[in-house]
Design a protein around this ligand. Sequence first.
Ligand code: FO1
Length: 317
Amino acid sequence: MSGGGLVVALSGGVGGAKLALGLARVLPAEELLVVANTGDDFEHLGLAISPDLDTLMYALAGLDNPETGWGRRGETWSFMEALGELGGETWFRLGDRDLATHVERTRRLRAGETLSQVTAAFCRRLGVGPRLLPMSDDRVRTRLHTEEGWLDFQDWFVRRRCRPAVRAIAFDGAPAARPQPEVMAALRGGGLRAVVICPSNPLISVEPILALPGLREAIRGCGAPVVAVSPIIGGEAVKGPTAKMLREFGILPSAAAVARRYRDLLDGYVMDEADAAEAAAAGVPVTLARTRMVTLADREALARAVLAAADSLRRAT
Ligand code: FO1
């Protein structure tokens, strides 16, 4: 594969992690930096939980749970069962193995390590090659203004199963949060091959990252092609509430609508072959590909298509 240079991938959890793994499998480890949304993070049962960071970490380590898309492969649930027996809160399911991640992260954060340091230490231990960084070491919390009032992200997403209609979204803490310094250095330094926006929910997975002061500007000024991959195929989200949320915001869910949402950033857009009729409506050069990632081979093929799209845009400019 032609190219060389660093690829910075912005990602939420499940959908984004599939492409992040594809990129990790077709790029040398030192040529990939994955930036995780931490707006979904919360404190639960006294523990610091970072769902998207962990989903990415487990995927890149080959430890992800293929049934749920989140948590660890080969999981057992004794802790949850015992917690339930005691009348504890069981709406957010922490598997026994996954629990160790949260306990150890909480201990390290309390001892003064940053979330980036904790993540780097875990990735080293679990054999993750590419750099995986939280979008910020500062606290940012996504909150949703719903028909039932304001809800914390996981309260809405897991406890309420995304049911209450969303009217507005806030990223508490974002205006004062510093973007992760290595991410900014990568965007501002030379040697960048591409910025990839993974097929994650634009409203709750990518926009918290873009809400950090200076990040949107750094992407715009990075000099490398910025390419997003559609999380919508044939008017529906592959997984999760993206289509429902877009409708609640008065946007007809379509691959092109997501491209237009990122319009100030994008040089190119990858959408599914099934959405070919919408290509002209995206407003940027479009590459058609198979974006539904079921197998590992699908993830690698999409990663190659995204890199080829970025490389062709670089040559064209
Ligand atoms: N998602 C669920 O739908 N139900 C759960 O009980 C749940 C537990 C969970 C535990 C650890 C973790 O890292 C993720 C977990 N998720 C769960 C996924 C997570 O809430 C969402 O997928 C993301 O926040 C949205 O990207």
